[in-house]
Design a protein around this ligand. Structure first.
Ligand SMILES: [Zn+2]
Length: 419
């Protein structure tokens, strides 16, 4: 491997790419600059149409599967070989920005268009995916499209998903015009030779270190848990302290145990958050008889995450035993972390040095469709800096120059993988 292929000159149309990102941002359920495109909403449907048009303009052939993953393909000279894949998502949580996911879809289209303009002839086919529902907004579970492609969620579990209005995935996809069996979404074994996702970092490290490109070595594995605590209520004046079974106080001990377990897991990448904490009845003069917590726990290493979880469970059991509280502790979801592919990482790194761009190996602390593509293909991600590390808010921002650099690195990396 010697960096970019000799003689391959890539010219990313950075102004055209910026224009497309800005145009797609206007397709939103909320007024600009807010971007909201929830799965199969009217805005998501118009966003999909925008993506199809952009793919056609890049000279790519379209195909869509039964859950609405959109594939845009450039057939190689040996179309029977496993393809080189890229892609990301265009759905956006409520009150989001314009770059998360979008840079990895529209940027990959521009990478392939630039390779075409440069006269590159791929041996392997090159394919860009717009994944359905990377964001968990509608069904409470992220990366639905890539999970089904990789076969890491069963079709039965996908069918059982309900949105807040009680509608099923089958109802919603049928209304969006997607038919066919969910079983057919799963990729054949060895479908991708390799997969590289371009994405904004969603963290501050690249900006702080003034490095234009991050190359992802590990993707942290997310997990989440639901804790329901049943205590005993009563009058805040009448029930004396010694006889109380206060569900809120047990919850408070558990929340502090989450923080302590993450700090003491032995891994700098363990993060634990109690983002939901509700109590009943929620009155100033009433002892809380019920508390409800949701815990998010992530790590790039499965063993340290498991240790943190065991510590949290132990502390929760002790707190509940001491306080006379009955606890239900359920796993909502637990995905293992993923490792980047060393060869693909090395190619991306050499491309960067050949282009005179500094790069940094990184952990992706957010999860992405690549977490699931890594189960079925050698995978890495290319990160670009974003302002203050902001994401999932309207102020999210990446410079045109950084987006173009990311697309250029992606183009050269895919070219190397495709020869
Ligand atoms: Zn994203």
């Amino acid at each position: 491997m010697t960096g970019p292929l000799s003689g391959l000159r890539i010219n990313i149309d950075s102004a055209g790419l910026k224009r497309r990102v800005d145009e797609l941002a206007l397709i939103s359920e909320a007024p600009a600059p807010v971007v909201t495109r929830v799965l199969f909403s009217e805005a998501d449907m118009r966003g999909r149409e925008y993506v199809r048009t952009a793919a056609r303009e890049a000279g790519l052939a379209l195909r869509e599967d039964a859950v609405g993953n959109i594939f845009a393909r450039w057939e190689g000279s040996e179309p029977g070989l496993p393809a080189v894949g890229s892609g990301s998502h265009t759905d956006a949580i409520p009150n989001a920005g314009r770059y998360d996911g979008v840079v990895g879809v529209l940027g990959a289209f521009e990478s392939l268009a630039a390779l075409k303009r440069a006269g590159f002839k791929p041996r392997r086919s090159l394919e860009v995916v717009m994944f359905t529902a990377e964001e968990p907004t509608r069904f409470g579970l992220g990366c639905l499209g890539s999970r089904l492609m990789a076969g890491t969620i069963s079709v039965e579990r996908a069918r059982a998903l309900r949105d807040p209005e009680g509608r099923t995935l089958d109802d919603l996809r049928a209304a969006a015009g997607y038919s066919g069996s969910l079983e057919s979404v799963r990729l054949p074994k060895g479908y991708y030779h390799s997969f590289v996702e371009l994405h904004i970092e969603q963290g501050p490290i690249l900006e702080e270190r003034k490095v234009p490109i991050g190359i992802v070595e590990h993707i942290a594995g997310p997990s989440s848990y639901r804790v329901t605590l049943h205590g005993e209520g009563g009058h805040a004046g009448a029930v004396l302290m010694k006889v109380r079974h206060d569900a809120m106080l047990a919850g408070a001990e558990i929340a502090l145990a989450v923080e302590r377990a993450a700090l003491e897991s032995g891994s700098p990448d363990t993060v634990g958050t109690v983002g939901v904490f509700r109590i009943e009845p929620g009155a100033v003069n009433s002892v809380p008889f019920r508390a409800y917590l949701e815990i998010d726990l992530r790590d790039a290493r499965l063993d340290s995450r498991a240790k943190a979880l065991a510590d949290i469970r132990g502390a929760a059991d002790r707190a509940c035993a001491r306080r006379g509280i009955r606890m239900e502790f359920e796993e909502i979801n637990a995905d293992p972390p993923a490792e980047g592919d060393p060869r693909t990482i090395a190619i991306a790194e050499e491309v960067c040095s050949g282009l005179g761009l500094r790069s940094l190996r990184m952990v992706s602390r957010a999860y992405h469709d690549s977490l699931f593509m890594a189960r079925v293909s050698p995978t890495t991600m290319i990160f670009i800096p974003c302002l203050n590390g902001w994401s999932h808010r309207p102020e999210e921002f990446a410079t045109t120059e950084h987006i173009a650099s990311g697309a250029e690195v992606l183009a050269h990396t895919m070219a190397q993988l495709a020869v």
